[in-house]
Design a protein around this ligand. Sequence first.
Ligand code: AMP
Ligand code: MG
Length: 533
Amino acid sequence: MSTTTHSIDQAPFQNSFVDELRGETSLDRRPRQVPGYHYSRVEPTAVPDPHLLAWSEELAAFLGLVRPPERGPAVDVLAGNRLAPSMKPFAARYGGHQFGNWAGQLGDGRAMSLGELTATDGTTWEVQLKGAGPTPYSRRADGRAVLRSSVREFLCSEAMHYLGVPTTRALSLVATGDTVVRDMFYNGNPRPEPGAIVARVAPTFVRFGSFQIFLATGEMDNLRALADYVIRRYYPELGEPSPEVYVSWFKEICRRTAVMIAHWQSVGFVHGVMNTDNMSILGLTIDYGPYGWLEPYDPDWTPNTTDFGGRRYAFGQQPRVALWNLMQLGQALLPLVHDVEQLNPALDVYINTLETTRHEMMLRKLGLTSLNREEDQALFEALEQTLAESEVDMTLFFRRLSHAAPAMLKAPENGEAQWRELLAATAYSMAPNEEQSLLQWLHRYFLRLQQEQASPEAIREKMLAANPKYVLRNYLAQQAIEAAEAGDLSVLNRLMEVLKKPFDEQPEHEELAAKRPDWAREKPGCATLSCSS
Ligand code: AMP
Ligand code: MG
C-alpha cells in the first residue's frame, strides 16, 4: 500500500501502452490515416487561462493525488499546458461502427492519454484528457470540448460509479479560458461556448473499435499484440494468451458487458451513442455524450437528436445493441481463434448473464427473493409493459415503492389509498385506464410480496439499497451547466456531493429527487441533446 501523495505535475507516470505497443513518434498533429500503428505520440495544445472548476476528492485520494489550487502547475497539467516529466502522451488509433455502419479509422480525436498512475491498492489507472487539442485522429474537428459536455461527463461518470455501475471515472474539470464554437443542434446556429477539459480515468480506454480497425486493415500482428497487451495487463487471471485464452477472454468481455447493460436498464440510463468505438473492452460505461436518464419509463426514449430517425440506441434497444456490438468484436477477434464456432458460445454467455443479472436486480428492486422464476419473470415483464403504457417516473416509482410496499405489509388495510397516493406522486399524467392497470399490477405484486419471509424492515432496507433516490436527472445536469457557464459552481458542487450517496435519503436535498418540472419537458439540453460536444 502506497501512502505517498503527489501533485499531478510531480506524479510518477508509467507508460505501458506506449512502451509495449507500436506507435508513431512524429508528434505531427495533421489529420491522417495511421496504418501500421496502435497509437500516435502527441502533445496537448496549450490554452490561455486554465483554472480548476471541480475535483473528485475520493478518486484523487485513491490515485495518490493531492487537490491542487485553482491555478498552478497541477492545473496546467490537467489542461494540457504542461507535462509531468514521466509522461509520454498518446492518442490511440481505433475504428468503429457508427449507427450500424463501418466508419473506418476514428481514434482519439479530442482525447489523449498522459500515462498511468498506480493507485493505493496497486492497480494502474490511465489518465486521459478530453478536449486538449487536435491529434492525427481529429479529422475535420478541433480536438476541443465545451463546458456543457464536460460538466455532463464529469458529473455522470462519478454519479454512475456511486450507483455501482461499471464506468470510467472523472478526476477533474478545468476551464480553459477559451471559447469553442459549436452548432449545438447542427441546425445552422453556431455560437461560441466556454471550453473545458475533463481528466478521465480508467484502467484502460481500449474499445471494441480498437480491435476492429486491425481486422479492417488486415494488420494481424497489431491485432494480436493489442489482445495480448489487454489480456496480460487487465485479464491476467485468464493466463498467458493462446487460442483458448482468446476464447475465454471474449467470454469474459461478453459477461462484463452484460453486467454493465443490466445496470443501465436497472437505473434507467440511456447511453445515447452505443457505437462500437464507445464500447469499453473492460465492460465499463465509456464516452458520456448525449446520454440521458429515463423520466417516464419509456423503452423508445433516447435523448440523442442524431438518433431520432431510427431510435437505434433508445433505452429498450440497449441490450440488443450491445449484443450486436459484441458480434462485431467477435468478428474482429476471429483471426486469433480461426474457428467461428468457438466464439458463438460467448454470445450465449452475454444473453444468459444479462437475463440472470436483470432478473436478480429486479428481484432486489422489488424486495423479493427467488421463488418461482417463471412467474416472477412474468410479473416483471407485466410491470415493464404497464409502466411503458403510462407516464410514470421510473426512479420515483421504485423509490416510493421501497417505502410503500413494506408499509403495506404492516398495515394492508391501507391498501388502495396508499397505492393511489404512490401513483399520484410519481405519474406525470394518468388516464383512468392507466391507473387501473397500474393498480392491478400493484395488487398482483403485493400478493407475491406477502410470500416473502423477511420482515418488512428488512425488505425496505433491501429495496432502498437497490432503488436510488438521486440520479443525475437531465434537467439537473442542465441547471449545473447553466450556473457553471455563468460562473456559479454551487449547483455542480451540490450535485456532486448528493450523487455520492444516491441511495441515502438526504432529506435536505429532497428537491433534487423531484419529478421533472414542466419547463424541462422539451427543453434543449434536458430532453434533447446531440453529439456536438
Ligand atoms: P464520439 O461521438 O465522441 O464517440 O466521437 C466519435 C469520433 O469523433 C472519435 O474519433 C472522436 O475522437 C471524434 N471527435 C468527436 N468530437 C471531436 C472533436 N471536437 N475534435 C476532434 N475529434 C472529435
Ligand atoms: Mg467516442
